[in-house]
Each structure stands twice: as C-alpha cells, then as structure tokens.
Design a binder for this molecule. Structure first.
Ligand code: NAP
Length: 254
C-alpha cells in the first residue's frame, strides 16, 4: 500500500493541474485523499479518473476555499469518511488579472488575497485541531517562484505568493508545539491551464520565460508531486518552515 498507508490527506483545488497530480501521487502511495474544487463536474471527473486507476480510497466534494461553510463541510466529510486528517496540501489560488501591476484593481487585489492568502491561513487553522487528535501532522502550502521574483504580468498574484512564504515561517513556532510540520513548494512555470499564457505556443512571452530557465523547459504537473510527498512524509521529519523551489534551476531569493 505504500508509505502513506492509513494516512488521510486533504488536497485543495485538486480536480486538475498540480493539485490533481499531488492527489494522484498521495493516493498511489496509500493515502486516503479528499479531492476538491469549485465545480461539481470537475470533482466528479477527477475522482472517477483516480478510481479508474485503482485508487479506491479517494473521495471528493465541492469546496471553494474562500467559502467558510465549504471548508467546514470538506473537513467534516473527510473525518466522517476516513477517520481523521494527517495531511493538508493547500493548493488553491486565483489570478483574475494579467498585465502590469499598476493596472490592477482593488477588486482583483481583494479576490487574490481572499483566496490565495486568507483562505490558506483559515484552512490551516481549521484542520489543526484534527491533526492534534492524530498526534501531529504535516502541511504543504503551494506558493510560487513568483513569490520570490514577482512576475511582471501577475504582480498582485506574485505578492500573494510572497505572503505565503511568510505565512509558512509565521506558523512554525505554534505548529511545532503540536507536532505539525509546515512547508511550501515554489513551482516555476508548470504546464497547466492556469499558466497557459506563459507556456502555450511559441510566442514572445514563452520564449522570454524559457530563456531564463537553466533546464530550458517548462515542467509537468507531476514534477511537483514528488517534492510534496517528500515534505509530507517522515523522510522530512526534521524539515519545517522551508520552501522547496521546483523551478528548473532558476535561483530564488527574496
Ligand atoms: P490549474 O491547472 O488551472 O488547476 C486549478 C484547479 O484549482 C482546478 O482544479 C480548479 O477547479 C481549482 N480551483 C480554482 N479556484 C479554486 C478555488 N477558489 N477553490 C478551490 N478550487 C479552485 O492550476 P495549477 O497550475 O495546477 O495551479 C495550482 C496551484 O499551483 C496554484 O496555487 C498556483 O498558484 C500554483 N502555481 C502554479 C504554477 C504554474 O505554472 N502552473 C506556478 C507556480 C504556482 P475548479 O474550476 O473546479 O474550481
């Protein structure tokens, strides 16, 4: 059954892209996984795909992470179905605007910070009591390379991802006392729908990005899943408050 036998994981925004790849990886390693995203049909499709691959210990439900009731119901259903919570992967984020930062609106900033930062914090806060009941746990927050080096076209989003680098550090002292580790990953350009404008087609934007990447290619979603699996696992028992860059050799520094 793998290294995560008897472990239970919640992965947000996991009906597609990086979240789906993480859910699949954790399920393949034996974890019971709660898949979620905003749209019913996407969740059902993802759960069906995972079950078709033989991962019967997955379940799914709608959870828009900025909706407190959705978060509560997802946590309750996870505990009801699987008996507790050991792992949280907070992966949901939005970027409603693409363009120079000074063109961004107050509405966009509110949405970005509500979903990407505030919801991440409250989801962590809400799962912690359940991890405490299990004697501890492990959390991974999906930040971004843009959190280190702000994207010129996704300024507000990048700042929200910088905030997550800080959130991980801010959580460490209290979570450590509860035997909960918290880390982040900072992906570069990963070939998903979210980042299509950056990698799809051979245009000036994608060429400019490629030229900055020492590995000279964009990544696939599954290439984020191994780092998450490591950070959640006991192999990382002495790792907390860290961010692992998955950025093809681009150096990352605030
Ligand atoms: P993606 O392929 O477009 O998938 C997005 C997923 O998020 C879908 O399952 C979507 O399903 C769900 N979703 C969107 N808004 C949500 C919300 N408010 N609540 C719950 N679920 C929501 O995106 P991705 O590239 O995998 O991005 C995942 C994470 O990686 C994000 O945090 C992103 O910032 C980060 N990241 C991505 C890249 C990249 O290059 N792709 C780089 C760095 C960081 P529904 O439509 O059904 O909600």
């Amino acid at each position: 059954m793998g290294k995560f036998k008897e472990k239970v994981a919640i992965v947000t925004a996991s009906s597609d892209g990086i979240g789906f790849a993480i859910a699949e990886r954790l399920a393949s390693e034996g974890a019971c996984v709660m898949v979620s995203s905003r749209k019913h049909q996407n969740v059902d499709g993802a759960v069906r795909e995972l079950k078709d691959k033989g991962y019967y210990h997955v379940s799914g439900m709608v959870c828009h992470v900025a909706n407190k009731e959705h978060r509560s119901r997802m946590i309750e259903k996870t505990v009801e179905e699987f008996g507790g919570i050991d792992f949280l992967v907070s992966n949901a984020a939005v970027n409603p605007i693409f363009g120079p930062i000074l063109d961004s609106t107050e509405e966009a900033w509110d949405k970005i910070f509500d979903v990407n930062v505030k919801s991440t914090f409250f989801l962590v806060k809400e799962v912690v009591p359940y991890m405490v009941k299990r004697g501890g746990g492990s959390i991974v927050i999906v930040s971004s390379q843009g959190g280190y080096t702000p994207s010129q076209l996704m300024g507000a989003y990048s700042v929200s991802k910088t905030a997550l680098l800080g959130l991980v550090k801010a959580l460490v002292p209290q979570l450590t006392q509860m035997n909960i580790r918290v880390n982040a990953i900072a992906p570069g350009v990963i070939k998903t729908r979210f980042s299509e404008k950056l990698w799809k087609g051979n245009n000036e934007i994608s060429d400019n990005y490629l030229n900055t990447i020492p590995l000279r290619r964009f990544a696939e979603a599954y290439e984020c899943a191994g780092a998450v699996s490591f950070l959640l696992s006991d192999d990382a028992s002495y790792v907390t408050g860290e961010t692992v860059a998955i950025s093809g050799g681009v150096s990352n520094r605030l």
